[in-house]
Design a protein around this ligand. Sequence first.
Ligand code: FMN
Length: 183
Amino acid sequence: MKLSDFGFTDGINEVIGITLGDWINTAPLGIIVEDPDDRFAKLKIYPSHTKENLKRGILYVNVVRDAVIFTISAFDDLDEGWFESLNPPILKGSLAWCKFKATLRDDLVDLELLDGEVVRRDLRTVNRGFNAIIEALVHATRLSMNPRLIERVKYYSSIVERCGGRKEKEALNLMWRYLKMLL
Ligand SMILES: Cc1cc2nc3c(=O)[nH]c(=O)nc-3n(C[C@H](O)[C@H](O)[C@H](O)COP(=O)(O)O)c2cc1C
């Protein structure tokens, strides 16, 4: 079993991280892969509920293509209604799930792939709107550290409006609703 079996490539792989604490915690995470033909990866981790839960030593990830799932999990948690399975945790529409052993070292996590499954395949072209909502969300989740990032959030939002489909535009509206509550 290797990372590439589940769609991971070298570079940073944006996925939904799922950790178990008192509740099921969901958050977008960037899994850093050097060799996709290996079982080992890394994760840079900022203070968060995910970081707290990772002390338990397990990280599940889901490979998803749903902009709304990325958006809700960036600001909130997805409740059980979003899952097609809870053990292992699989979000509805997820393409693959993986289970990693997680070893926390300050702001880095060493990951070792333990298990996983490809659930479905999803052939699609590159959509700039999807890529842009991911960029907008990355900056939106860092606004508390640097308020000037709002300019980037606005810039990527304009690309979502121009190039995105229904899901990406729904995600964009949701992102701004969360931001208006936070700002
Ligand atoms: C596409 C994307 C990738 C992200 N990657 C990471 C990451 O690699 N590490 C991290 O600590 N936070 C990352 N974040 C930010 C977390 O998802 C965000 O802080 C989230 O609110 C944490 O939720 P939690 O407190 O429920 O764990 C990312 C956000 C986005 C939108």
